[in-house]
Design a protein around this ligand. Structure first.
Ligand SMILES: C[S@@+](CC[C@H](N)C(=O)[O-])C[C@H]1O[C@@H](n2cnc3c(N)ncnc32)[C@H](O)[C@@H]1O
Length: 230
């Protein structure tokens, strides 16, 4: 049985996905009106562009986690590319991290997910969740702004990068990690929307060393998958 399907991990994920539904209702209530779907996304992009630190620090209880299907995709991709070193921008409560660490566990022989979160309370909760899933030995938690926490780099090549933090920082974070991306490594931009910054234009230009596509994925939109070609 794979780690993702094991009762210990599956139970933790079920509880987290359930809790996320309740926790994330609060975001709509904080805005002036109740916003859904496209309106909600546009509102969040505009708010975080004003001041991403203040924006995320004012929502310490929100998950905004990946959908279960996207989690399974992360597991499959990490297994398929033989990932040993994975970098994640945007830990939140660790839902995506659990999927990525499960892939490392099943690949055998260690490996590391290096994940970074700007809100310390969220990183602490993620640590507890990874421990509950029995996967914390495979994760390095970096607390703070990714533009600073990822400056120190990594002790070897990166096989997979998941961008799931402030939308406007996808491009600068990619550029920070880029020197470590090995040829054939994967870059996933969760909700990488046209309006969110220069990330899409950058990865769509073959001259920059990526080939990819936006995944036709519901319910979350704009998930971009690219392979490092150079
Ligand atoms: C969409 S959520 C991540 C969800 C997570 N990947 C999951 O599936 O459970 C985005 C997270 O990125 C964090 N974040 C936003 N900007 C950041 C930054 N500059 N550095 C580190 N973390 C950041 C937010 O606090 C938030 O918890």
């Amino acid at each position: 049985m794979d780690t993702l399907s094991s009762p210990r991990v599956a139970d933790v994920l079920t509880a987290l996905f359930d809790d996320a539904v309740t926790a994330d209702q609060s975001m709509a209530q904080k805005s002036d009106d109740v916003l859904i779907d496209d309106d909600m996304m546009s509102w969040a992009i505009a708010e975080e562009r004003r001041d991403y630190k203040a924006f995320y620090q004012s929502y310490p209880g929100n998950y905004w986690c990946i959908a279960p299907e996207f989690g399974r995709l992360l597991y499959v991709l990490a297994r398929a590319c033989g990932a040993r070193r994975i970098v994640e921008f945007g830990t939140s409560f660790g839902v995506s991290t659990i999927h990525l660490a499960s892939a490392l566990r099943d690949a055998g022989g260690g490996g590391k997910v290096i994940t970074t979160e700007i809100v310390p309370e969220k990183s602490a909760r993620a640590r507890q969740n990874l421990a509950a899933a029995g996967l914390d030995d495979l994760v390095e938690f970096r607390v703070g702004d990714a533009l600073e926490t990822l400056q120190d780099g990594f002790d070897g090549p990166v096989d997979l990068l998941l961008l799931d933090g402030a939308f406007s920082l996808y491009h600068p974070v990619l550029r920070l990690v880029e020197p470590y991306l090995r040829p054939g490594s994967l870059v996933l931009g969760e909700n990488a929307l046209e309006t969110a910054g220069p990330f899409l234009d950058y990865v769509r230009d073959p001259a920059n060393g990526y080939a990819g596509l936006t995944l036709p994925f519901e319910p979350s939109r704009g998930n971009h998958l690219a392979v490092r070609t150079g």
